[in-house]
Structures are given as C-alpha cells and as structure tokens.
Design a protein around this ligand. Structure first.
Ligand SMILES: Nc1nc2c(ncn2[C@@H]2O[C@H](COP(=O)(O)OP(=O)(O)OP(=O)(O)O)[C@@H](O)[C@H]2O)c(=O)[nH]1
Length: 300
C-alpha cells in the first residue's frame, strides 16, 4: 500500500495538499486513508476531510517523539478497519521526517506499507524570512527540505519573480536532487506524485543516485531461524549509511523471535514469550537493498 508523508511548517499548506491528494486518489478510483497528527489537543484540520474516508488522528504531541505508541495503535486500527488503497500521513510542523518514517515503520506491519516519499511543503515568504527564527527551528526547516522527495513552495501568489528565483536557488542548494514546485493552495500535478518512489530501481530514483540524503526503507521477512553469531557478523559489515533497524529475529537458540533494535551501529536484543512476525525494518540512505537481502538470505 502506497504511503506518503507530508511534512512542513505550521500553516505552509499541508492540509491544502491533503485535500488535493484525496481528489487525486478518488479520480484514480482509490480509497484513500488519512492519519493526521496535531500538536494541539483539539483537531481542527480533520474537519477538512469529508465523511467516508478512513481517518485517524493523533493529538497532543508529535509522532516522532512523544506519542509513538499511540501511532502504532492507530495504524493497526486503520489496517484492521475499513479497507483503503493508499495512506497519507500529515505530520506536525515540528516533525523531523526521518523520525516520522522510523515511527511509522513498525515491524508489526511494515511489510504492508510501500513508503513512497516525503512531500515537504514550504511557505515561500516565511522561508525567505527564516533568519528571524531560532537556530533550532531553522535547522528543522533544513532537515525537512533535505529529506523531501518532492518540495512544494506554496503560496506562490505571494511571491514575486525575484523571490521565486531566490527560493529556487536556496532550496536547490539544500536539496539538489528533488523537484521543487511552486504552487498555490498546494496544487501539484499528479505526475509528480506518481514519480515518488523509494525504489532505487525505478526510473525516478535513478536520477537520484548521487543524492546521499535519500532516506530509504526496506522490510525483510525471515523465512527461518538464523544463528546469532552469524547475524552479528552481518551487522559488523553494514555500511554507516544504515542508521536504524528494528524487528523480530528468529534465532536458532530461541523458541520465539527476539525483538531487535539497532541505532547507529548499536544492537539491542530482547527475548519474547510469544510468536511475532519475523519482519526486519531497515532504514538508511541509499540502501543497497539487493545486497542486504542476499546477505540476510545467506544466513539460513
Ligand atoms: N494566499 C495563499 N494562501 C494559502 C495558500 N495555500 C494555503 N493558504 C492558506 O494558508 C493557511 C494554511 O493552509 P493549510 O493548508 O491549512 O496549511 P497547514 O500546513 O495544514 O497548516 P497547519 O495545519 O496549521 O500546520 C490557510 O488559511 C490557507 O487558506 C496559497 O497558495 N496562497
């Protein structure tokens, strides 16, 4: 199932994007679903989503830090509820896209999701005035742009030609590989959404081979148990560009799979007392997916 993440600062035009995306999905005869995350305790934007569209809300915190467990529960509920064909996740303005991807890809169901990309919506005028913001907020702005697979500079009706030129230049210098589109009310031609994919073999991604910031994810499902020492040898050979792994690993020495967490080179294992889906989620930049799959297959 295709999953899209919409990132961007408060008021940039994420909800406008979401409304257009729903129209697009309906034209394609898809049933879209929405997961909305808002920092406040009351949802405002969910009123914008018409009835009949599966919608879950996460309120009162940011999915990338405070309410991760709730996120997992909401995604599970969505997956077990009314059927849908595609999912759009609208993040809070404070969310870091990498952390959001990490939170969404729970090994419990990551094999059902096909992460298509991060769409970063930027308010053009506010971006030009970013120097007035705190360093932390400026940094977050940069991260959202660096990790955007499609960058939308919205509210183009408020931008002069020279402002647009300045914005193009600044944004391309932060992320030279992803398309930058100027929009009003976040209207994006459908082909830009079609082109989004994390699959390195796709035509679109081949344009991005030089881009070292492309976050990718993959899910590997173990078909039988592996030896702990051989698995650790596999970990030692991993490239630095893999910064997160998590999942349930069936080891030959144990009846039930272990929960496995790996962050920036540091593995952690926790035994389980029940059967778990033997999925391993891998997140990193420009993942050598075939190579990783071959190496994991060779552990049996
Ligand atoms: N002039 C102008 N206003 C716009 C445009 N796009 C959105 N807006 C307005 O900007 C405001 C914020 O738009 P939203 O789409 O709700 O933005 P958002 O990023 O979802 O906002 P939050 O949910 O507050 O984070 C609304 O009042 C919109 O009507 C645009 O292209 N031009």
């Amino acid at each position: 199932m295709p999953v899209y993440i919409v990132s961007g600062f408060l008021g940039a035009g994420k909800t406008s994007f979401l409304k257009n995306w729903i129209l697009r999905e309906k034209e394609l005869q898809h049933t879209p679903a929405i997961l909305m995350n808002e920092l406040g305790n009351v949802s405002i934007d969910s009123d914008e989503v018409e009835d009949g569209i599966p919608l879950k809300e996460l309120l009162g915190g940011c999915i990338c830090c405070t309410i991760q467990e709730k996120l997992e529960a909401q995604l599970q509920e969505l997956l077990f509820g009314e059927p849908f064909d595609s999912l759009l996740i609208e993040t809070t303005g404070a969310a870091h896209p990498v952390e959001v991807i990490d939170s969404i890809l729970s090994p419990l169901f990551a094999d059902r999701f096909d992460m298509r990309g991060v769409i970063t919506v930027v308010d053009g005028t506010r971006f030009l005035e970013r120097n007035t913001l705190s360093i932390q907020v400026q940094q977050l702005y940069l991260e959202q742009i660096r990790h955007g697979d499609l960058i939308i500079v919205n509210k183009a009706d408020q931008l002069s030609d020279s402002m647009q030129a300045e914005l193009s230049q600044s944004l391309q210098s932060i992320n030279s590989m992803s398309p930058v589109l100027f929009t009003t009310y976040s209207k994006v031609p459908s082909k830009y959404i079609d082109q989004l994919t994390f699959d390195p073999k796709s035509k679109n991604a081949s344009l991005h081979v030089e881009n070292t910031l492309r976050i990718q994810s993959m899910v590997y499902t173990f078909e039988s148990s592996v030896d702990l020492e051989e698995f650790e040898a596999f970990l030692r050979e991993l490239p630095d560009s893999i910064y997160r792994m998590k999942g349930y690993i069936p080891f030959t020495h144990s009846k039930y799979p272990y929960t496995f967490q790996y962050s920036y080179g540091m593995p952690l294992y926790f035994p389980n007392e029940m059967k778990m889906p033997t999925n391993l989620v891998i997140i990193g930049e420009n993942l050598p997916k075939d190579e990783l799959r071959d190496k994991l297959n060779s552990l049996y």
